[in-house]
Design a protein around this ligand. Sequence first.
Ligand code: SAH
Length: 346
Amino acid sequence: MVTNKKDIRALSKQQLRDFFIKQGDKSFRGNQVYEWLWQKAAHSFEDMTNISKETRQMLEDHFVINHIEVDSMQRSSDGTIKNAVRLHDGLIVESVLIPTPTRTTACVSSQVGCSLDCKFCATARLKRMRNLNPDEIYDQVVAIDNESRHYYNRPLSNIVFMGMGEPLMNYNNVIKAIDKITSPEGLGMSPRRITLSTSGIPKMIKKMADDGVKFNLAVSLHAATDQVRTSIMPFNDTFPLEDLRESLEYWYAKTKRKISYEYVIWKGINDSEADIQAFVKFCKYVPCKVNIIEYNPIGDVHFQQASPKILERYLTVLEQNNIVVNVRRSRGKDIDAACGQLANKS
Ligand code: SAH
């Protein structure tokens, strides 16, 4: 529905307070409504039970709450849950809840589709693209927190920005969402439990360091030579590894926080001894840990998971060089909820 009314959650707390003063009410009313909008994640003005009926109607006349709706929910045999989330303009993004014995992690989207063109990723094939607003990112987290409480009897413990989109191409909105997620006036989560994953936009990595962000950084590296990386992640031509390296050194100098590298090993692409040595060399530039991710096929014959022998070789060489490495098994594969599979297929 097209409306000229303003999205009330685009207003800061101060703007909301000012609005009430202009209406001849008390600024305190702004605090109350703000609490409803964020901490209590109200879907409608009607929900705001400690606000008078007249005031609720007045809000209704001026604003909308562009709340997301969980359009469909699928549960994997491994307990992973995938939400297809409908935005106010009808577009759909996906978010995922990943339970383990010790934590539940929300994997959230930052864009509809993606601005990048990684050859191995299903999201890159989606055409339509817009940035998500801070509230649309926040709502995904609230929806997953509710599901976590409902299905697993515990609140959400971690968040990864590893859903659809490149978070650093929507930096301002992602930061605003994280501010709300970590604020006591929002969900009050610790930023240490949040990881932003990027394909590696050097300028923005430096900006994050300058901004003093407190969350963790993961970089989807996948290859440590420009030739290989550009062939599978074409934007690497614009942001080559030397620039990425420099930005990561800058990040570490400022934050003193380790970086995680995400890495998939494909047959014939990055499975040679030279690829392994280049990766190890890259890992030594800045303190880091490595997550080797299982490849989730997206129907392209050029990309096939390398053999277990190659994986072993990677692990051996990394460990010989004292680099911490984890192998991440895929979750939610049966419902297309695993890394790189988010493409609105449900
Ligand atoms: N654009 C950001 C956020 C997406 S995160 C980024 O690139 O980091 C999604 C993660 O899944 C990235 O590490 C991505 O490289 C990886 N990925 C994409 N397609 C995949 C696939 N088919 N199988 C396994 N991992 C994949």
